[in-house]
Write a protein that binds this ligand. Sequence first.
Ligand code: ADP
Ligand code: MG
Length: 633
Amino acid sequence: MQHPINILERYWKFTSFKPLQEDIINSVLKGEDTFALLPTGGGKSICFQIPALAKDGICIVISPLVALMKNQVQALQDKGIKAMALTSGISYSQLDTMLDNCIYGNYKFLYLSPERLQQDIVQERIRQMNVNLIAIDEAHCISQWGNDFRPSYKNIVKLREIQPTVNVIALTASATPEVVDDIIKELDFISPKCFKQSFVRSNLAYMVFHEEDKYYKLEAILKKNPAPSIIYVRNRRATLEISSFLESKGYSSIYYHGGLSHAEKDNALESWMQNRKQIMVATNAFGMGIDKPDVKTVIHLNLPESMESYFQEAGRAGRNGNKAFAVILKNNSDELLVKNQFLKVLPSVSFIKTIYRKLSSYFQVSYGEGVDNVFDFNFNTFCKTYKFNTILAYNALLLLDRTSVISLSKQFNQRTLVHFIVSNTALFSYLETHKDSNTIVKSILRTYGGIFEQETKINTNLIADKASVKEEAVFAVLHQLEKAEIITLKNSKTDAQITYLEPREDDKTINRISTIIKQQNTLKEKQVLSILNYINNDDLCKSIQLLSYFGEQDIDACGICSVCIQRKGSKTVDSKVIKQSIIKALENGDLSSRSLLEQLDYSENQINNTIKELLELRIISITKTNTYKLAHI
Ligand code: ADP
Ligand code: MG
């Protein structure tokens, strides 16, 4: 058997393990049921991939999201390792062949969604495979107390029956003590070996500032820290607004949200990753898998939705170990906003029934039918058709996805339909005068045989590849051809695909999941409350607050968060000294509290408190324009 470190070097070209990786790998190799709790970016994948490579046989990986599976399979294939994923939209005969390959074809990794485990053919073939390890990625999905509960994760225990002697590794980045217990119970772990890396990030200063004028504070932070930054905002529109605001103030900034096309996303991401843009303004759609080491500040202009997501988002700062800041800016209206944003939009059981029924009529699925049908979906058109509130409708769809009634894959697709409406001769005489279109047109003709006879859906990305040009160039040529009346061109945008996983049974379907819906709504309320506690508790070190949420105890105060700093400040600086500095500053003219803050090297709280004292002592007074002046002048 190859030694783990050699495998790491050979396939990953890394020279050493990250914390706990080696211990976890050894535990897995010994055949133990193993629980790995490492933060995001902690390198969990390697913890099951290396043991699987070290042994004969195939590793079964359960993963909740198609996108995650595809990424990992691609990464393995790039290393020359045989891996495959059973995603949705695979025909029965394809599935049959793929599963056979796992038995006879020397495959090392089989990724599948938990829903797949319900299929008889999948169970039967896994029984025949030489399975060396079962890995449950994002294992918190199994717990109803977790952020991303997926009831289908409960199918996993079936694997235990099918392969009773194979050990299991569960991996997650986010687990409260309740969730950890749940995972261990649900996966039927016997004396599990648990490896938990502390979530302490000693270089990361958690800050919460109360600030009515958030833009002002935002600029102040960015001015002090001219380094890569992520700013999280509430919605797509705000990403654009804030980014333009910052650009207008001379910062280099770009924005990112789920509604951008692939090309736009790639472009935004790349220019930020390569430091051509300093600031990334984004919705929470941004960040999964982002591993930029030198992020100095992560600033939330609006409140995050849960402690789980906050820890993840904040944790993108300071990966390189240098001092970094995770800041939440709050003001008086935030509590109400957060309640409106997250609690008022929780879909009730009856709303979900409505959505499901409308969805089925929208796709014309008849009662009892629909299983495995895949539909292109334009979310906005759907909401407009039935006058649904978009957020509520979206949350309802997410719940239907999580409960495996449907599978929703967020995919921005440009469907391009082309029909050549002139004769061959007319086309070639056109090309005579438009030589630059030649390659692209020929690539289209060669790829799509019947395109003269009928309207044909073309893959512009593929054509771009074949013609060795960018996709935009393909569109440009298509538009030209349309203008010249050589082709008809239809572009339709879909932003998602929906697959029916269960036959349509209207209310019956939803009644089966009604308990889960209610329970998830309660969980959401709890999560919002814990965020409100976090931003409002100014007595306990922020780091301790966060970590104790995740079950860590006996942690020292960090000394660098907004609570610790204020405490230190009030202890070490004599209030007399602050008073004198303020008086001295005001001798040169009236100043606002903001200007005082800029001129003097004290914290906002210290300045505000001292101003209050000086006002009470009537040493200073406030002017009509909200500046302060010395009383005796
Ligand atoms: P997680 O699933 O814990 O979020 P991943 O498995 O996706 O983390 O790994 C995060 C990143 O860390 C990847 O880019 C991976 O290649 C890298 N990585 C993993 N192990 C090591 C290591 N021992 N040395 C250097 N980089 C590593
Ligand atoms: Mg992972």
